[in-house]
Design a protein around this ligand. Structure first.
Ligand code: CO
Length: 449
């Protein structure tokens, strides 16, 4: 059935927009003057919390992320606040115990989050179980996301299977999360068609402009019936961010799937954020020319990762071996079971490939690679190459259960640790902050508690 409903928009200027283009440095004071106006636009949601913002608040902005959330909520009375959550990793880089995941989500909802987008780097839905269940129990809209990537093991029907699992686990909507900008326009059309043929809940498309295709990709997805798209107001759009909100709204104006948003209403808000971008660039000495990177199209490696790898090779005095590295990357990725290249798997594959080029294949194996092969991050999309498995694990068997089943509850011990450090009456929020980013949290508490 053709979707004739208005396209809904998630505005990302308060989260992914500045995470992608301004190193996540936007402060609450930069947002405050526009919150009422943003609330009046008629967005499906305002993405404004989670992702890297939590860490950045504490580390760089001397802001309490929980206080930021409460402030946002005070000013956004109509539009739900959306956050991005990395499944069992919450907002950190390790798997946490279930009690930490559960308490974090409850507090996020208590303090104002209305929609929680939850994903796992390997698309292993077992890593989403606790987060999705608690989000539902807390009354949030749960958006189950899968990570988009390209490999022989990532056909549209494979994504459909993950999406169906997410719906069975209670997802209120599904998100295609294309963090690297790999989703091409016609591929998006086919993927959305496939999902829409069997999935009843709304489908959201989140993509990045990295390879220069994102607006076309959104448009083809809209033609295929996608329900929700993610866009950023123009000052924080394009480059490695999302397509510009104003342009997408104008494109659909007067058409069957008109968003209903008045583009004129967006212009003054965009003017404000243009000023914010200039200020952030100056205050934090940010690079100003983030360009699109079409190499993504042939290497299927996120653009940011390519430049990181090249820098690493330069530091090792091995820049001349960069071409070998570009060949080694896809080979290692295949051997390690085709993980999507997103944090943390992008770093894992990248460092293994680098070591292979510099020292010989699988001569030196980083701990994270061992953990991946051991199943500690979850199930890889394809089986690990048996020879590589043998080299890395010997005769040991990998784990086959949900990785977090191994992790004992952590909250009590975190509370105790904080008490020992001189904060016996820490709030639950502060305990969670400490659990996720111990050193940064303590430094923040020193001057703020
Ligand atoms: Co993104």
């Amino acid at each position: 059935m053709t979707n004739t409903k208005p396209v809904k928009i998630v505005e990302t200027v308060l989260r992914d927009g500045h995470q992608s283009l301004a190193a996540t440095r936007m402060r609450i004071s930069d947002m405050l003057p526009m919150l009422e106006q943003l609330d009046d636009v008629g967005y499906f949601a305002l993405e404004g919390w989670g992702g890297a913002t939590f860490d950045s608040c504490l580390r760089f902005l001397n802001e309490d992320p929980w206080e930021r959330l409460r402030t946002l909520k005070r000013h956004l009375k109509k539009t739900p606040i959306q956050m991005l959550l990395r499944g069992q990793n919450v907002l950190g880089y390790n798997h946490y115990a279930d009690d930490v995941v559960a308490e974090f989500i409850k507090k996020a909802v208590d303090n104002g989050v209305g929609i929680i987008r939850i994903f796992d780097a390997l698309n292993d839905v077992r890593n989403l179980e606790t987060a999705m269940r608690v989000s539902k129990e807390s009354g949030a809209h749960v958006q189950g996301a899968f990570v988009y990537t390209i490999s022989p093991y990532h056909k549209d029907t494979d994504f459909l299977k993950v999406a169906k699992d997410l719906v069975a686990m209670g997802a209120d909507s599904i998100c295609i999360k294309d963090m690297a900008g790999l989703l091409m326009p016609y591929a998006a059309y086919n993927l959305v068609k496939t999902l829409k043929s069997e999935i009843q809940v709304p489908i959201d498309l989140h993509t990045h402009y990295t390879s220069g295709m994102a607006s076309m990709t959104l448009l083809k997805a809209i033609e295929a019936g996608v329900d929700i798209i993610d866009t950023a107001l123009s000052p924080f759009a394009l480059g490695t961010s999302q397509p510009p909100t104003e342009a997408m709204v104008a494109t659909l104006e007067g058409q069957e799937r008109d968003t209903g948003i008045k583009k004129e209403q967006l212009f003054s808000i965009a003017d404000h954020f243009r000023g914010v971008k200039a200020k952030l660039t100056e205050d934090f000495k940010l690079p100003t020319n983030i360009m699109i990177d079409t190499k993504v199209l042939s290497f299927q490696i996120p653009g940011g990762m390519l430049s990181n790898l090249l820098n690493q090779m330069k530091e090792q005095g091995a820049a001349d071996q960069y071409p070998q590295l570009l060949e080694e990357m896809p080979r290692v990725r295949a051997e390690l079971g085709y993980p999507p290249l997103v944090t943390p798997t992008s770093q894992i594959v990248g460092s293994m490939a680098t070591f292979n080029v510099l020292l010989g294949r699988y001569k030196m194996i980083p701990r994270e690679v061992k953990d991946l092969v051991r199943g500690k991050y979850g199930r890889t999309p394809a089986p690990i190459d048996p020879e590589i498995k043998k080299i890395i694990l010997g005769d040991d068997d990998p784990i086959t259960y949900r990785p977090a089943d191994d992790i004992a509850p952590q909250l009590d011990s975190l509370r105790q640790q904080l008490a020992d450090k001189g904060y016996p009456n820490a709030s639950v929020e502060d305990v969670l902050t400490y659990g996720l980013f111990p050193e940064v949290a303590l430094k923040f508490f020193e001057t703020n508690r």
